[in-house]
Design a binder for this molecule. Structure first.
Ligand SMILES: C[S@@+](CC[C@H](N)C(=O)[O-])C[C@H]1O[C@@H](n2cnc3c(N)ncnc32)[C@H](O)[C@@H]1O
Length: 205
């Protein structure tokens, strides 16, 4: 599992490596552009919403939202990722902080129309995911939504099939979402498969 330093080292090449994996339709980023594009389309239907991005990275999604007038908040633990993102969004409210310890103080008191997390929350165990998602639900405005785009599957069986197809490329340290298994904790969770290895999970309050 990459730590803060690992993401710092990856930051300058991140967009390139992700783009190649997406274009070649290989695990883990097959469907990446479509995942971010679908989330973008949902958010821009609302007029100037307030958006929190968890693990915003180089700001690929949030920069587009920022340019469309969204008020952007974010938390990431990699100083280099933050440096790259802030250049593109000088007026965004971007904070450094490890989400395994929850939200940083200034972000806890805001309320958001949308909370997005793309390709970041697979660093949490399933138990940590449930706890963190409950915290995030409490930070939503009425009718707000959490939109998670990631390597994700409807069932454990579908995950196993993808794992087999990915072979040695499969990253055993990442803990991917299995939508059906989260439904007991979040009955209103919905899931859309976007590519053979990526999907979008949607949660309201
Ligand atoms: C694979 S990148 C995804 C970036 C971006 N959301 C995207 O879709 O391209 C994961 C991001 O999450 C951040 N991240 C990973 N674990 C984190 C943690 N425990 N706390 C805060 N940020 C974390 C990394 O620094 C990195 O920027």
């Amino acid at each position: 599992m990459l730590d803060k330093r690992g993401f710092d080292l990856w930051a300058d090449d991140y967009d390139k490596t992700v783009g190649i994996s997406d274009e070649e339709k290989t695990y883990p980023f097959a469907g990446y552009k479509d995942v971010l594009g679908s989330i973008f389309q949902i958010i821009v239907k609302k007029q100037n919403p307030t958006v929190l991005d968890i693990g915003f990275g180089t700001g690929t999604l949030t920069t587009k939202l920022y340019e469309r007038g969204c008020v952007i908040y974010g938390q990431d633990f990699s100083p280099r990722m933050i440096e790259l993102a802030i250049k593109k969004m000088p007026d965004a409210h971007l904070y450094q902080g490890d989400f395994t310890r929850g939200l940083v103080e200034p972000l806890r008191h805001q309320r958001y129309d949308f909370i997005v997390a793309t390709y970041s929350l697979h660093h949490l165990t399933d138990e940590q995911k449930i706890e963190f998602l409950r915290t995030l639900q409490g930070c939503l405005k009425e009718n707000g939504q959490i939109l998670i785009g990631d390597v994700a599957f409807e069932t454990r069986e579908k995950l196993a099939r993808c794992r087999e197809a990915a072979g040695d490329e499969w990253d055993d340290e990442e803990i991917y979402f299995v939508a059906d298994e989260l439904k007991s904790a979040f009955p209103n969770l919905s899931f859309t498969q976007v590519s053979y290895c990526a999907g979008i999970l949607t949660l309201s309050r």
